[in-house]
Design a protein around this ligand. Sequence first.
Ligand SMILES: Nc1ncnc2c1ncn2[C@@H]1O[C@H](COP(=O)(O)OP(=O)(O)O)[C@@H](O)[C@H]1O
Ligand SMILES: [Mg+2]
Length: 351
Amino acid sequence: MNDEDTAKPLLSVRDLRIDYRTGAGRTVNAIRGVDFDLYPHQSLALVGESGCGKSTLALGLMRLLPKLGRIPSGSVTYRDPNGKTYDVLDLSTDRLRQWRWSEVAMVFQGAMNAFNPVLKIVDQFADTMKAHAPKGKKFSKNEIYDRAAATLESVRLEPKRVLPSYPHELSGGMRQRVLIALSLLLKPQVLVLDEPTTALDLLTQRAIVDMLHELRAELGFAMIFVSHDLPLASELADRVATMYAGRIIESGTTRDTFMTPRHPYTRGLIKAVPPVRAAALEPTSIPGSPPDLAALPTGCTFRARCEYAIDECETTDPGLELIAERDRGVNHEAACIRWQTVHLEPEEAKR
Ligand SMILES: Nc1ncnc2c1ncn2[C@@H]1O[C@H](COP(=O)(O)OP(=O)(O)O)[C@@H](O)[C@H]1O
Ligand SMILES: [Mg+2]
């Protein structure tokens, strides 16, 4: 990839919408028009409370939605290493299988479910290589073993011990490392991780985060990191997108978003993080909960919980507005008509 190509996005998502058909003819509009560009080597964190659509967005990008999920509109344009671009939503099932893993790989929430419990780790590697290899490419047993061993070493696991084991014989942290190794096996340009450390204890989380940092520096992949854990996200990501009710409502560099949040929701999420030095203090969580996606209120979807809301918020459904221009798709943007007051305390902003 030359310099000119790093100035072009790897992934461009435009007006993506994702619905779930649930019982009784109800439709949940889980993703309601999302746009973003991911550039080479970037690390983007998707943050927000549970139910905001983070997993749906990650799964939708890779066309891994459950049966009831569908994509009524939008595009996901991917640029391959040769500079060719295509819409992932148009790929045939066969092409899609090759695309996943070799171009964009994903590590899911919950490491145990991702494995076949009756297969040794070495066979999980063999299956993955066979299933996602480029057309016509066959791997010998030795090739598979060597490739698996090298990838396991890169995630600091001992191949001799891990390859002959069954998933249940490994600790949670080791399983998560194996999953990361598996995802990197075919050297993808993009790695999508959905809450990769959520089920792990703090020390193991720390080790995985450090490892991801090192791997990214070494291998140069771009990353989409889904997390409800803001401190973790701010460590791993160079840019952050806050999601609320199926949309990105703020986006910017990690620094812009955390130092000067412009959407009251992002501000609230940051305030809810317990200060490390006063861990005994209760974090102030945002009162209320996200709206029902099958029956959205008029106006701004956050207004019922918003300390900055004014009458106009009942009738205006704000889109992302440019706040500060930055490079490579990381402009600071927020979807709030009150963004100019969000640096103030709510009582001051009312005046
Ligand atoms: N398989 C599904 N069927 C129906 N609704 C779903 C399904 N998965 C998620 N949803 C709904 O879509 C919305 C977004 O969920 P999700 O993407 O899991 O959010 P997050 O990952 O941010 O917690 C929620 O309202 C959730 O109830
Ligand atoms: Mg999720």
